[in-house]
Design a protein around this ligand. Structure first.
Ligand SMILES: Nc1ncnc2c1ncn2[C@@H]1O[C@H](COP(=O)(O)OP(=O)(O)OP(=O)(O)O)[C@@H](O)[C@H]1O
Ligand SMILES: [Mg+2]
Length: 429
């Protein structure tokens, strides 16, 4: 029976776990990495969801999108993973954990490097050297920004994801600079950082769950990478969860930044509970009934009135976040919504209100008429749902995370991402 454990571990290697640790729910997706040896594009991996589990967080487990009680979160994760494993009949060993919230920061840094020997072929040592310089410049800039925003100069952050968004040699765009010659190299890198204390908490959670952590990924970044929308026209991605609204801006095919707002679905339920003197759970259920128009028109009107002010505050918050992005170019006119909180009809209604569209168009010079849509599971192109259960806006972020997990697994062998990853690993130590 010697073959049995060997085969078992091989099977597990073909599976990945995408774990979205949200403020309201933990969602676990088990992905089977499909064999694409027959496909033309062997680099692009496809995956199938073979198990899904969701478990509500206990109160106090999470604060502003970050872990507040490690053991509490481990317990919730275990339950979600067990549900997913019982459907998939397999328990993966490797995990990608998604993070979101106000402490996750992303920004683009560009760097021009003049070459002393323009006729020498660019090699990986030269690129590695430039990337290290960019990464240190980006890191110092982000650390001072976060220290200023939080008034805590001692805050320690670490990079979690990086993406080369643009490479040019003497003004010409290339995807891989190795082997080219030229006078100057321009590199643009998008980096995402998280506070060290949060990263350590997530590493600890993976350890307690007996899982090998292959990556921690910013969920907004996963959405922009996996949702398959036309990258050139760009989009504003808004994930409205329970505790946080996470916003990512993609302009001219490049991700520019991710920002977050601590106002989302939970705040609306709390307002209903307070105004109608209900318990939180009751208010939550009433809100969901309202969303599905399962209440009488009178009750709907009353709920709309109660939530009116909070929805406006939410909108102002989103406006402030958009204000923080670079205002030089025009903004993409497409808003893409996901996350359970986006299902509140009042959200889409306010974004579609003519007065809001007019105000925002004047302020942000959108490139076309502002349009709001929902991201659907079919848009996550490299993931197929084999459970036939994955519907609704709250599943989009974990699906995008699964899509990114596959990308991470398949880009392990490509040269440019591996140079970036090496630099990040060095900076994480
Ligand atoms: N049909 C609905 N209408 C309105 N709100 C909804 C609906 N379904 C879910 N929600 C709200 O969505 C929120 C949960 O969404 P989601 O599962 O995306 O959050 P999360 O990922 O756990 O949180 P976060 O992203 O903030 O960490 C809850 O506040 C819930 O009330
Ligand atoms: Mg979420």
């Amino acid at each position: 029976m010697k073959w049995f454990p060997k085969r078992k571990s091989k099977i597990k290697d073909d599976y990945l776990l995408a774990l979205d640790i949200g403020t309201e729910f933990v969602k676990a997706l088990i992905i089977k990495i499909e064999d694409n040896s027959e496909k033309i594009d062997k680099e692009k991996k496809q995956g199938s969801v073979v198990g899904y589990g969701r478990e509500r967080q206990s109160s106090g487990n999470m604060l502003a999108g970050a872990v507040a009680d490690i053991d509490g979160v481990v317990c919730t994760c275990k339950k979600a993973i067990d549900i997913a494993s019982s459907i998939a009949r397999v328990k993966p060993k490797r995990v990608v954990i998604g993070v979101a919230g106000e402490f996750i920061k992303g920004a683009t840094t560009s760097f021009v490097c003049k070459r002393s020997e323009s006729e020498k072929d660019i090699d990986s040592a030269e690129i590695q050297n430039i990337i290290q310089k960019i990464q240190h410049k980006a890191f110092n800039k982000m650390r001072s920004q976060l220290a200023w925003e939080t008034c805590r100069p001692e805050i320690e952050i670490k990079p979690i994801n990086a993406l080369l968004t643009e490479i040019k040699i003497d003004g010409y765009k290339v995807t891989n600079p190795l082997g080219f010659q030229g006078n100057e190299i321009f590199l643009s890198v998008f980096n995402i950082y998280a506070p060290l204390v949060h990263l350590r908490a997530l590493e600890n959670i993976a350890l307690k769950l007996n899982l090998e952590l292959i990556s921690i990924a910013a969920e907004s970044y996963a959405l922009t990478k996996s949702s398959g929308f036309n990258p050139i026209s760009g989009a504003i991605f808004i994930d409205i969860g329970g505790g946080t609204t996470d916003i990512a801006l993609v302009r001219q095919g490049k991700i520019e930044g991710i920002k977050s707002l601590s106002l989302a679905g939970r705040s609306f339920s709390k307002r209903l509970a307070q105004s109608l003197n209900l318990g939180f759970e009751e208010a939550e259920q009433l809100k969901i009934k309202h969303a599905y128009k399962e209440t009488s028109p009178n009750v709907q009107k009353k709920i709309r009135e109660i939530l009116k002010r909070d929805v406006e505050i939410w909108l102002n918050g989103v406006e402030l976040v958009l204000d923080e992005f670079d205002q030089k170019g025009s903004f993409p006119s497409l808003i893409l919504l996901c996350g359970g909180g986006s299902l509140l009809p009042d959200i889409k209604n306010i974004l579609n209100r003519e007065s809001v569209k007019k105000k925002w168009s004047d302020k942000f010079s959108f490139n076309q008429n502002l349009q709001t849509n929902f991201i659907k599971s079919k848009h996550i192109s490299n993931i197929i749902d084999k459970t036939n259960t994955l519907e609704g806006s709250e599943i989009i972020t974990p699906l995008a995370l699964a899509g990114l997990a596959l990308d991470i697994a398949s880009s392990e062998k490509t040269i440019m991402p591996s140079i970036l990853r090496r630099t990040i690993r060095m900076m994480r130590q």
